[in-house]
Structures are given as C-alpha cells and as structure tokens.
Design a protein around this ligand. Structure first.
Ligand code: NDP
Ligand code: OXD
Length: 321
C-alpha cells in the first residue's frame, strides 16, 4: 500500500535548520515513505498526510487537503498558533529527553554564572585585579522558574540538586518534590517576592506576551546576597519588554540578565543588548532540536498513529501551548 507522504517545511536560517540535513535524517527515519521538501514540485498536494515544520509561512500548511498530523520540530508552537489558516488537525510538539537535557544545561550554566559572580570575576581578570568578593552558598539563593512544564520542571530538579532554594510558577497547581510550587495570577506576587534569580521558560501565548516587564521586575526579591535580582529568559523574545529590561538594568531594578531569545531574531547589529555590560547573550541556542533524535521521534509517532495508537505531546489550541 502506498503510504501517505511527509512534507518538510523548514524556515530556520541557522546551521541547525539546514533543510538538507533534516531531509537526509527523515529519509533514513521514514524509509518506506516519500519525504518531500517544500522546494520539491509537489504535484499532488493531496498525497501529503504529514508535515514536519519549523516556522512555516502563514498559509503554507493550508495547501494540503489530506493532512492528518502536523509535527512541530521544536517545543514552542507560537509561530503556528499565529497562523489563522492552520488546518484543524492534531499539532504535535517536541518533548524529548535530548532537548530537555540541553535546556537544563543552559539554565544551570546561567544560574551558576550569576551565582558565582562570573561577570565580576571575568572583568577582574581583564583588569588584572585580584579582588575576590564574599561568595555566598547556593542555599542562600532562591531561583524562581516561570513555567514548570517539561523544561522548567527538569531544570528545577537539577538546581535543587545543586543546593539552591527552588520555586516554580505555572498555570495550574503542581507538586514536585523539593520545589515550592506556585500557580495562577493570585500566587504570582508571592512567587516573585521570594525570587532572587528569575528563569523564564514560559510558552508565548496571548496571556504571557510581554509579561517580563518593569511592573514584574519591581516585585522580585530585593534581599538577596547577589544584590539586585537577575533575569534569565530562554522562553521566547516576545515574553519580554526589551526597553523595560534595558532601563531596569541601567537603574538597578535588575542586576544582570541572560537572554537567549529576542523579539527580533537575528538580533539587529545595532541592538544595545550586544554590548551591554550586564547582559549575557546567546543566539537562541539554549536547546537546539537534534535532527537524529527528532526525525526518529516523528517516525515513531506516525507508526503508532497509523496502528491506531494515540499521539503524544499534542498541543491544546485553546491554551495555545
Ligand atoms: P510546556 O508546555 O511543557 O510547559 C509550559 C509551562 O508554562 C507549564 O508549566 C504551563 O503551566 C506554564 N504556563 C503556560 N501559560 C501560563 C500562564 N498563562 N501562566 C502561568 N503558567 C503558564 O513547555 P516546555 O517546558 O516544553 O517549553 C516551554 C517553552 O520553552 C516553549 O514554549 C518555547 O517557547 C521555549 N523553548 C525555547 C528553546 C530555546 O532554545 N530557547 C528551546 C525549547 C523551548 P501548566 O503546567 O499549568 O500548564
Ligand atoms: C523550540 C526552540 O521551541 O527551539 O524548540 O525554541
């Protein structure tokens, strides 16, 4: 029997999103299925049953009348949710150990960087200044994680293991061993008031857009050994008000920031974030999706789906994540 074909719609622009590389991996993972690229002349769009996508163009997916499942090749589905012509078929996102482990590495690296005063120590080295400051223990610092889903919960456990006081904030209630869990709008102030290092791993939805703003930063703890609170955002750029972040860094409302995501990516060359002395910047690579891991994840899901099994990690369009 001729199996429904899979189309790859990838608009990444960076090395990790090389279409050629993904095509090769999908050809291997889906051996008995036609894998087409958006550049192929798809003679009959009706033969496409599956789409594996990263940032598809609005309207692109609506061209396939027999689409059964859309597989987003990353964890965040905000680009798809913004497409008003998105076909009403199940949308599956990435939630796998490989991606989760990479994000936990990023969060741990940046929490430790601020906790261990690396910005100060690197500046001291450049200036040949032997002037250590008091180093507080991990247990003196409270890390608050906004978003206690697949990524936030894993990072929380790792930070707890390192001895930090760890709390998290989610939409609904949660219970995670050793983690102080807050949820909903009514518990946001209590969560922020005890947070020294704020880590944001929220999805971008209408409810969370521009949440990281001056109003929120002023509610963070003012009593930590670090001095002013620190922001780490690896969620999405549009979660943050970038003008507020810059102003808050300059007036001391925030002590420092690690930012992996920006409203405009690639970040324009004239952005003040590039050279700000209190900013540690990375080019949206906190947690890359690995083509080997993810092509196999998609192939396994299709096999199960065609055998009548349930899809995993299906997005709820009403929640937007
Ligand atoms: P999940 O869907 O597993 O978790 C999302 C979490 O956010 C949940 O705990 C959810 O609450 C919470 N949340 C959502 N909306 C609200 C709200 N309005 N108020 C309070 N809490 C809310 O997502 P992942 O952990 O897998 O990924 C999170 C995000 O990380 C992605 O959407 C993506 O944007 C980003 N990301 C960034 C990468 C990078 O390289 N920079 C790589 C991968 C992902 P509840 O549990 O109650 O539903
Ligand atoms: C993702 C990302 O959502 O790369 O996976 O940001």
């Amino acid at each position: 029997m001729n199996k429904g074909a899979l189309v790859l719609l990838i608009h990444g622009g960076t090395e990790n999103w090389s279409l050629q590389r993904w095509k090769q991996r999908f050809d291997e993972a889906c051996k008995d299925r036609r894998v087409l690229q958006r550049s192929d002349a798809v003679h009959d769009p009706a033969e496409i049953h599956y789409a594996a996508v990263w940032k598809p163009k609005p309207g692109e997916l609506a061209a396939f009348p027999n689409l059964r499942v859309i597989f987003n090749l990353g964890a965040g589905v905000d680009a798809l949710m913004a497409d008003s012509s998105l076909p009403g078929v199940p949308l599956v996102r990435v939630a796998v150990g490989d991606l989760t482990g990479r994000m936990t590495e990023y969060v741990t690296l940046h929490v430790l960087m601020h906790h261990r005063q690396e910005l100060y120590l690197r500046a001291s080295q450049r200036e040949k200044r032997w002037a250590p400051k008091y180093q507080w223990p991990a247990g003196a610092i409270s890390v608050g994680i906004m978003g206690l889903g697949t990524l936030g919960a894993d990072a929380a456990r790792m930070l707890r293991h390192l001895g930090f006081r760890v709390s998290g904030w989610s939409r609904g209630p949660k219970a995670i061993d050793g983690i102080h869990c807050f949820h909903g709008g009514t518990q946001l102030d209590a969560f922020l008031g005890q947070t020294d290092i704020l880590v944001c791993l929220l999805p971008l939805t209408p409810d969370t857009r521009h949440m990281l703003n001056r109003g929120l930063f002023t509610r963070l703890s003012r009593n930590s050994p670090i001095g002013a609170p620190v922001l780490i955002n690896a969620g999405r750029g549009d979660l943050q008000d970038e003008a507020d972040i810059l102003e808050c860094l300059d007036d001391g409302t925030l002590g420092a920031a690690s930012l992996d995501v920006f409203a405009r990516e690639p970040l324009p060359a004239d952005s003040p974030f590039w050279t700000h002395p209190k900013v540690v910047l990375t080019p949206h690579n906190a947690a890359d999706t690995d083509p080997d891991e993810i092509s196999n994840y998609v192939a396994r899901q299709i096999e199960r789906f065609e055998a009548g099994g349930a899809l995993e990690n299906v997005v709820d369009p009403a929640r937007g994540y």
